[in-house]
Ligand binder design. Structure first.
Ligand SMILES: *[C@@H]1O[C@H](CO)[C@@H](O)[C@H](O)[C@H]1NC(C)=O
Ligand SMILES: *[C@@H]1O[C@H](CO)[C@@H](O)[C@H](O)[C@H]1NC(C)=O
Ligand SMILES: *[C@@H]1O[C@H](CO)[C@@H](O)[C@H](O)[C@H]1NC(C)=O
Ligand SMILES: *[C@@H]1O[C@H](CO)[C@@H](O)[C@H](O)[C@H]1NC(C)=O
Length: 477
């Protein structure tokens, strides 16, 4: 498999923004819901009635805080965690129907939230807090190895909607099947930990899930076909694991999926035909896998696709014409995948395309003339193919792209002399009719001082050296 450390980093700004948008949309809705119940709204009521947190809940919270964080002496100095005006850092409270305040959100790991001690381990008591809706542990378990444990006796009425454990390098072991007891989960993020083992099929009974992110772990095994049960899922991210086997065809049943990221695994086989049913999909990343073979016949049905990122796979088919029909595409990345044939002229219809990466394939023929009128394009890499003919770009197009235009490594390509004279940047192509064009070297910018050919120079200095050597020998004798 090809090394891929720079792939995710080089995803362009627009795609990052889209990712952020997708991952925040559901979070903010949960947040808004909570705000209507924040303790400050209940100030008036507080003066007349005693809303203190029930003792048993407070006791559980004290235990969790003491085991996790030594920022304060929680129990002593802040005996009422939800006290109006001085709510603990890292928690949020909410007035329950029972007229008592309850902890609804826990947020650990980075300032201004409580930091975690080196000995902190995963506190499974959090699942005993009956009104908890969101849990965030970010960069918290970093020293003492700990496992994600969900006790079997989790409250059947768990109100947990968001569980986010991110960037905890000491969080190891498998994802426990008991996670499926958290029936209200809408967002499950277990990204950038050291989780191992298979993805438990039980996870796919969490049918309230909107976002499932297991990326950047060491998960193995296949993607279970039961993934299809998550029928309101909008975002699925299993990228950067060690998953094997095919992408299950049932993935096509995720009818409202908007983001699918399976990049950097060891998945095999073709993109299943079912994918064509994902009509709302706007982001699909499958880079750096072992995917091969033909694309779904109905690829053109993915009319909302804006990002299709699939570098580094052993595809070895002609470049599919259907991509030219995905008119919302902003980023199309298909490098390093053995594509053959010509670049379909229909690619020129992708009016919103900003990045096109086709480098390192076996593409032949000419660059479609229409590419020159792609008005949003700012990154075009066609290097290391077998393209030929005259580059169809005018000077202003090449100036606009500057160093983001790469045509090098196509021995048959050349620039018309008039364009070549005007541009100031190298695009990796020689001028038509000169020897440069055959080598695919950088554009010659000088006005015509042809340097002496190297062999001539060399034989010349060789003879000079020889003469000097003779002179010395002669003199010594
Ligand atoms: C409020 O109730 C808690 C127990 O729920 C009790 O410990 C506390 O003393 C009470 N406070 C007042 C002011 O009554
Ligand atoms: C990729 O798949 C092919 C068969 O489809 C297999 O022979 C090869 O070992 C796989 N490579 C990796 C790195 O998984
Ligand atoms: C291209 O992008 C613009 C602005 O984002 C949008 O209004 C337009 O509908 C897009 N065109 C297509 C064909 O999607
Ligand atoms: C184009 O792709 C090649 C090969 O992957 C890479 O070395 C080069 O830096 C890329 N050029 C640009 C301008 O991104």
């Amino acid at each position: 498999m090809c090394s891929n450390s720079s792939l995710s980093l080089s995803v362009s700004l627009p795609s990052l923004l889209l990712l952020l948008l997708l991952s925040f949309s559901s979070v903010s809705s949960i947040h808004a819901n909570k705000l209507t119940h924040s303790p400050s709204d209940n100030k008036n009521a507080l003066s007349s009635t005693n809303h203190s947190m029930p003792l048993s809940e407070a006791e559980t919270l004290f235990k969790i805080m003491d085991s996790m964080s030594s920022d304060r002496t929680w129990r002593v100095s802040y005996s009422n965690p939800c006290e109006s005006g001085s709510v603990w850092p890292g928690i949020e409270c909410k007035l329950g129907l029972d007229n008592h305040l309850h902890v609804s959100r826990l947020d650990f790991g980075t300032h201004p939230n409580p930091t975690c001690k080196n000995t902190a381990t995963f506190p499974s008591q959090i699942f005993d807090l009956p009104h908890l809706e969101s849990i965030f542990f970010f960069h918290c378990f970093t020293h003492t190895k700990t496992v994600l444990s969900v006790s079997r006796k989790v409250l059947s009425h768990s109100s947990l909607q968001q569980l986010s454990l991110r960037s905890n390098l000491a969080l190891v072991g498998p994802i426990p099947p008991q996670i499926s007891l958290l029936k209200s989960l809408k967002v499950l993020t277990l990204s950038q930990n050291r989780l191992t083992g298979r993805i438990p099929v039980e996870i796919f009974s969490l049918t309230s899930l909107l976002h499932l992110d297991l990326s950047y772990n060491m998960l193995t095994g296949t993607i279970p076909h039961q993934v299809a049960n998550l029928n309101i899922l909008e975002g699925l991210d299993f990228s950067y694991n060690s998953l094997t086997g095919p992408i299950p065809d049932t993935i096509g049943q995720l009818g409202v999926l908007r983001k699918l990221d399976l990049s950097s695994n060891s998945l095999t086989g073709p993109i299943p035909d079912g994918v064509e049913k994902l009509e709302l999909l706007s982001f699909m990343a499958l880079s750096n896998n072992n995917l091969s073979g033909n694309f779904p016949k109905g690829l053109a049905k993915l009319q909302n696709l804006q990002y299709f990122i699939m570098d580094d796979n052993p595809i070895y088919v002609p470049l599919p014409v259907e991509f030219g029909k995905l008119v919302k595409l902003q980023e199309l990345r298909l490098s390093n995948s053995g594509y053959s044939g010509t670049i379909p002229p229909t690619f020129s219809q992708l009016v919103n395309l900003s990045t096109l990466s086709l480098q390192n394939n076996r593409l032949t023929g000419e660059i479609p003339a229409g590419f020159g009128s792609l008005s949003h394009i700012y990154h075009l890499n066609l290097s290391r193919n077998l393209l030929g003919g005259v580059v169809p770009f005018d000077t202003s197009f090449m100036r606009r792209l500057g160093g983001n235009l790469d045509l090098s490594g196509n021995p048959g390509l050349c620039l018309s002399p008039s364009e070549a004279r005007d541009i100031k940047v190298g695009v990796g192509v020689g001028v038509c009719g000169t020897s440069n064009s055959k080598k695919g070297s950088l554009v010659e910018k000088s006005e015509g001082h042809q340097p002496l050919p190297l062999p001539v120079l060399c034989s010349c200095c060789q003879c000079q050296l020889l003469l000097v050597a003779y002179a010395i020998v002669f003199f010594l004798n």
